[in-house]
Design a protein around this ligand. Structure first.
Ligand code: NAD
Ligand code: UFG
Length: 335
């Protein structure tokens, strides 16, 4: 298939481009590089020995979208979004505009060109404060911040749009906590400024770029008191997108799938796993809870196994080793 990947220069998008190219698909990327570097795409080409087409531009720009959808694009994988929860509380309109208006513009352009398949990057954030773990796709949906609201609204808009188009199909992929990097260490997560997320912070402490990790709370109702999450290797996530785009080609309608391992790790367990996998020490301090954090969130990923024929294969040791190979080989990211 010829697949347009919006946000393909970003963290998850670049890894997905590798897997798509290796599976024999043709890839076009539309990205405005607001949170990424074109260097990631050059490295995708170097890893795979294949080339992709890159259109630099914004998903809210109809001319750029039309250009990106040229050449017989048959499906779109839509990663392009702003994703920082804290920033979304300070600038909700920027998030509504970029994420929601951008997704509407994308669907309009797809409809105009007759492109029927859409795979969408959603998030476990749509489960809000889950009452029980693990959560399956039937769990009630709610939002706790403007970023989460954009994901929930986009899921709903995509559902309505795909229902209105005969022959259209949409797959909503709810990621739990993506971590790790390509095993080559040549592409990985390159957060701008101070990382918000645990694994890049841990890796930056280990490489000496940051002094100590702040562990946000050890008084949660979890086995060791620290927050529990379902970390998933970005290469497993990337493989799921290939399955999802193939599923969309064979199934109509709109379906949501959880993408996680089904196994939770606490913050302290992640630190220990990272130290064991890399031989590096990760000094930390226990601090107050971070506002908005939930105690635990883990996936029931069985629907993806049944319907997509996908399940996560890489364990926490591989996640830490690969995150470290990327971080230690590229201490300043792509800079
Ligand atoms: P990322 O910031 O690395 O990638 C997003 C890419 O989209 C970047 O390359 C950015 O430049 C581009 N982009 C943003 N707005 C754009 C616009 N208006 N036009 C064109 N390009 C634009 O983030 P990521 O971690 O790779 O996340 C990819 C997707 O997965 C996002 O939709 C995110 O919300 C979702 N997601 C991420 C996580 C996570 O923890 N990383 C968890 C759940 C869901
Ligand atoms: N944590 C720390 N110190 C840090 C960073 C994180 O102790 O420096 C802890 C958090 O308190 C939490 C765990 O590590 O217990 C994981 O935190 P992350 O920030 O890595 O991930 P979150 O689960 O908070 O956030 C992720 C995505 C969001 C999404 C959210 C909803 O990054 O985009 O899941 O499920 F909205």
């Amino acid at each position: 298939m010829h697949i347009l990947v919006t946000g393909g220069a970003g963290y998850i998008g670049s890894h997905t481009c590798v897997v798509l190219l290796e599976a024999g698909h043709e890839v076009s990327v539309l990205d405005n590089l607001c949170n990424s570097s074109a260097e990631a795409l050059r490295r995708v080409e170097a890893i795979t020995g294949r080339s992709l087409r890159f259109v630099e531009g914004d998903i809210r720009d109809p001319a750029k979208l039309a250009q990106a959808l040229e050449g017989g694009v048959e499906a779109v994988i839509h990663f392009a979004a702003l994703k920082a929860v804290g920033e979304s509380c300070e600038q909700p309109l920027a998030y509504f505009d970029n994420n929601i208006s951008g997704t509407i513009a994308l669907m309009q352009a797809m409809e105009a060109k007759g492109v029927p398949r859409l795979v969408f990057s959603s998030s476990a954030t749509v489960y809000g404060e889950a009452k029980t773990n693990p959560v399956d796709e039937q769990a009630p949906l709610s939002v706790t911040n403007p970023y989460g609201r954009t994901k929930l609204v986009m899921e709903q808009l995509i559902g309505d749009w795909s229902a209105s188009q005969s022959g259209a199909s949409a797959v909503l992929l709810r990621y739990f906590n993506p971590v790790g990097a390509h095993p080559s260490g040549r592409i990985g997560e390159d957060p701008q400024g101070e990382p918000n997320n645990l694994m890049p912070y841990v890796a930056q402490v280990a490489v000496g770029r940051r002094e100590r990790l702040r562990v946000y709370g050890n008084d949660y109702p979890t086995p060791d008191g620290t927050g529990v999450r379902d970390y998933i290797h970005v290469m497993d996530l990337a493989r799921a997108h290939v399955r999802a785009v193939e599923y969309a080609a064979g199934n109509r309608g709109c379906r949501a799938f959880n993408l996680g391992t089904g196994r939770g790790y606490s913050v302290l367990e992640v630190i220990t796993a990272f130290e064991e996998a890399t031989g590096r020490l990760v000094p930390y301090d226990i601090e107050a809870r971070r506002p908005g954090d939930v105690a635990a969130l883990t996936a029931d990923p069985s629907l993806a196994q049944v319907e997509l024929g996908w399940r996560a294969e890489l364990d926490i040791a591989a996640m830490c080793e690969d995150a470290w190979r990327w971080q230690s080989g590229n201490p300043e990211g792509y800079a």
